[in-house]
Design a protein around this ligand. Structure first.
Ligand code: SF4
Length: 88
């Protein structure tokens, strides 16, 4: 499946703003949790989306990461960044 194929099947395509809640608490946190649930429980292209976003954001700092993608929050994606180094 090429990129355009899986993006055409993305559940979030019809309402993309919902996957970009503003803030980390209250209603924004509830929206983010629901978006993550939809990704993980209902989206047939989650694996492709997650692989794509992790590759796209590799090496990015936290302040460049926004929204829910592949069922993950920005901080969860940062934790999975293969280019991330940790202090010894
Ligand atoms: S996994 Fe989530 S963010 Fe990715 S395409 Fe599906 S609904 Fe959209």
């Amino acid at each position: 499946m090429n990129t355009s194929d899986w993006k055409a099947k993305a559940i979030c395509a019809d309402e993309p703003d919902f996957w970009y809640p503003v803030g980390n608490s209250g209603p924004a946190k509830a929206d983010a949790d629901l978006a993550k649930w939809i990704c993980n429980a209902r989206c047939y292209v989650r694996a492709q989306c997650r692989e794509d976003v992790l590759q796209t954001e590799a090496g990015w700092p936290m302040d460049r990461r926004h929204g829910i993608a592949g069922g993950l929050s920005p901080s969860e994606r940062l934790a999975l960044d293969p280019t991330r180094t940790t202090a010894a």
